[in-house]
Design a protein around this ligand. Structure first.
Ligand code: HEC
Length: 176
């Protein structure tokens, strides 16, 4: 980086950099979309499972699996387009269904917690956290709460175009 000013970045504005980054992302997306038909659904099944990336900790894949907090993906192949699925996985907060928005809690001890409210009964609030674990907090501990326009699903779960391709191949074949 020492003499970067002498080279490609000379005169580059922040906008140029953003455009280059955006361009890279779009190319990643289209490569993944184009490759879905060639994906390895069996590998995708493992990635989806609790011993893989762990999508199954938050999503049911069909109407037989137990509800786990996040929206069920049953029938996804018929309900969603491939680009929508890609976007949902890579950028969960782009489109967040209102019922699945995260809530940010500020507790009396100063701690902040953000997660999906699964239920609220007898003074307790049950949350699904972005790391796919559950946490119960006492309503009496809450000083402030705020609905966020953010997904409880973390971005960055999928690391490579191959993983994305295989996951989607599985998702599409399992939810037909
Ligand atoms: C921590 C829990 C959690 C994990 C782990 C998780 N998701 Fe999600 N996911 C959610 C929640 C909550 C939503 C709904 C909010 C939103 O639209 O982002 C969602 C939304 C989605 C949607 C859009 C569904 C719809 O009805 O619009 C898809 C597709 C999806 N996730 C796929 C995946 C895949 C594939 C993985 C694994 C790589 C995964 N998710 C991991 C919680 C999770």
């Amino acid at each position: 980086m020492a003499n970067y000013r002498d080279h490609a970045l000379e005169g580059a504005s922040a906008i140029d950099l953003v455009v280059a980054l955006y361009d890279g992302i779009i190319r990643f997306l289209y490569a993944a979309i184009a490759a879905v038909g060639r994906g390895d659904a069996e590998r995708g099944r493992k990635l989806f499972g609790v011993d893989g990336i762990g999508c199954a900790k938050c999503h049911a894949i069909d109407n037989h699996s137990a509800a786990v907090g996040g929206p069920s993906l049953a029938g996804a192949a018929a309900r969603f387009t491939v680009p929508y699925l890609v976007e949902s996985v890579l950028a969960p907060s782009r489109t967040v269904s209102p019922v699945f928005r995260s809530t940010l809690f500020v507790l009396r001890d100063g701690q902040t917690i953000s997660g999906l409210v699964l239920g609220e009964t007898s003074g307790k609030i049950e949350l699904l956290l972005p790391n796919a674990t559950r946490k119960t907090i006492a309503a009496a501990e809450v000083e402030e709460r705020k609905l966020q326009n953010l997904s409880p699903m973390p971005a960055g779960l999928v690391k490579t175009p191959d993983e994305l391709r295989d996951l989607l191949a599985y998702l599409l074949s399992a939810t037909k």
